[in-house]
Design a protein around this ligand. Structure first.
Ligand code: S3P
Length: 171
């Protein structure tokens, strides 16, 4: 497994960034967050990119950043929830990466995002309904994983430990 990237995919609010940071620390890997890279590349917040230039433009930058991040060696890569929508993103991430899908129920996701305002796609009055709708639309796209963890009942630390178990072959 040495030097192979660990790639976390999953819906908004499942904990990809928190788990990724902790995992990188435990594995002594570097940590890459593609959303953060997009923000530093454009010098803009993701919500502003969506507002000013729209989702299509965001996806274009996201693909460029993902292609670059995929070339890392020994990194934990936390992706944005919509990264799976473009198959070439997944092709790139799979070249040198082990893909782990963090799966969660709409209610778990809702509880995690309800007090945060930075996700443009969930900027709706009925957030739970929007989550359910997007999850349904994306169900098949998330099936591109090597391994999956149901995170509903788990803390960030427990999810990170599960990843380590999977990588050791005990998962
Ligand atoms: C998105 C998820 C976000 C961010 C953008 C679009 C999506 O990342 O990339 O708002 O389409 O699901 P997180 O999953 O880190 O919230």
């Amino acid at each position: 497994m040495i030097d192979r990237n660990i790639v976390l995919i999953g819906f908004m609010g499942v904990g990809k960034t928190s788990v990724g940071k902790l995992l990188a620390e435990k594995m002594k890997y570097s940590f890459i967050d593609t959303d953060k890279l997009i923000e530093s590349r454009t010098n803009m917040l993701i919500s502003d990119i969506f507002e000013r230039y729209g989702e299509k433009y965001f996806r274009k930058i996201e693909s460029e950043v993902v292609e670059e991040a995929s070339k890392a060696k020994g990194a934990v890569i936390a992706t944005g929830g919509g990264v799976v929508l473009n198959p070439s993103n997944i092709d790139n991430l799979k070249k040198d990466g082990f893909i782990i899908f963090l799966d969660a129920s709409p209610r778990f996701i809702y509880n995690n995002i309800i007090n945060e305002g930075h996700r443009p796609l969930l900027n709706e009055d009925n957030k739970l309904e929007k989550i359910e709708q997007l999850l349904h639309q994306r169900k098949d796209y998330y099936n591109c994983y090597h391994s999956k963890i149901d995170v509903d009942e788990l803390s960030v630390g427990q999810v990170a430990d599960k990843v380590l178990d999977i990588l050791k072959g005990n998962g």
